[in-house]
Design a protein around this ligand. Structure first.
Ligand code: HEC
Ligand code: HEC
Ligand code: HEC
Ligand code: HEC
Length: 234
């Protein structure tokens, strides 16, 4: 349990440090030399901010897709009768206040207070930045790009999106420590939460990678399948 927490906090620090350079370069006014990197934190800004740019149906409306996911209700779920029952069994007074529950039902658990924007709302549950990493630098880089004539700025910067939402990340929460644990078949669960941008250009290799489906969902948690191991517990 401890190892998971430390692991995630460390990921956050690495991401913050890696992004300082990117953020400073992206925001430097045209022609000026980039400021030397300061220990500035790339903050969690919350799903409401992502909505400003990721709510268009043409590009897949990721925000609407997310509001339909259970992830968006993960904090709310801690107020249910069922949640209170699990909490009582574990000597927890209020699951919405106890880190034993919040660690998997909120975003950015383990990061220090200064890592969150003032408007960040913990109550929105498992938000975009759980999977994509803190988004402040990305937002600022995209805002700067929108203001600029420079076509190079339209391209996402290397390391601008800090999270890599793969199986290893999912199973930091989808594991037997969850009081309601259900076997986690990665490919099936990925499919259920998918929110692709139909306009994005992809190579054949990328398309193939995305089309991977387990096909062994019924046999979870033990069956292997051609494309990968299905339902192996983390
Ligand atoms: C100011 C506008 C803006 C905001 C705010 C914004 N994005 Fe983006 N984002 C973009 C643009 C533009 C792209 C590139 C085109 C696309 O994929 O839609 C992009 C791309 C992405 C991608 C795809 C990266 C890739 O490799 O293709 C992810 C993931 C993403 N954004 C996540 C987020 C998250 C999470 C938030 C909130 C924390 C957020 N964005 C906030 C404009 C924005
Ligand atoms: C549970 C994890 C998770 C959450 C929460 C989540 N995403 Fe994603 N997102 C992913 C994964 C995984 C992918 C990679 C595509 C795939 O394999 O389905 C992705 C892909 C994307 C892309 C790129 C789409 C493309 O066509 O390549 C964008 C943009 C994006 N997410 C934005 C968001 C925004 C905005 C939110 C919140 C409103 C959000 N995501 C919430 C896991 C998540
Ligand atoms: C920070 C913890 C966390 C991470 C990381 C996470 N999830 Fe979840 N996930 C949850 C919680 C909590 C719920 C239940 C929310 C509820 O029902 O209110 C959930 C629910 C789901 C559900 C709905 C089905 C069900 O069993 O209730 C799917 C599908 C899912 N997650 C897929 C994924 C995938 C795929 C990833 C990785 C890309 C991922 N999750 C990463 C915490 C997480
Ligand atoms: C290790 C991560 C983890 C921890 C810790 C955790 N949960 Fe969850 N919780 C999940 C995931 C993931 C789900 C989605 C179903 C599943 O796979 O277990 C979930 C689902 C739930 C649900 C069902 C939500 C619904 O929509 O029906 C309730 C209720 C719940 N959790 C309450 C709690 C309470 C109360 C605590 C603290 C005692 C807690 N959880 C601690 C990960 C966690």
């Amino acid at each position: 349990m401890k190892a998971t927490r430390i692991g995630r906090a460390r990921w956050w620090i690495a991401a913050a440090v890696a992004l300082v350079g990117v953020a400073v370069t992206a925001l430097a006014p045209e022609g000026s030399a980039a400021e030397p990197a300061q220990a500035k934190v790339n903050k969690y800004i919350g799903a409401a901010k992502c909505k400003n740019c990721h709510a268009s149906d043409e590009t897949g409306n990721q925000h609407a897709a997310w509001t339909k996911m259970e992830h968006a209700k993960a904090y709310e779920a801690l107020a249910s009768e069922e949640a209170k029952k699990f909490a009582a069994e574990r000597g927890i007074a209020d699951p919405q206040k106890d880190e034993k529950c919040l660690k998997c039902h909120t975003t950015g658990f383990g990061a220090p207070p200064e890592a969150f924007d003032k408007k960040f709302d913990l109550k929105l549950g498992v938000q975009c930045e759980t999977c994509h990493g803190p988004g402040e630098a990305h937002m600022k880089a995209r805002m700067a790009a929108a203001m600029s004539e420079d076509p190079a700025k339209k391209l996402l910067g290397e390391g601008e999106i800090v999270g890599t939402p793969e199986r290893q990340l999912c199973v930091t929460c989808h594991n037997t420590e969850s009081p309601t644990y259900k076997p986690f078949c990665y490919f099936k669960r990925l499919e259920e939460t998918r929110h692709l941008n139909p306009k994005k250009e992809r190579s054949e290799a990328e398309k193939k990678e995305l089309a991977k489906k387990c096909g062994c969902a019924d046999k979870c948690p033990t069956a292997d399948c051609a494309e990968g191991k299905c339902g192996v517990d983390g």
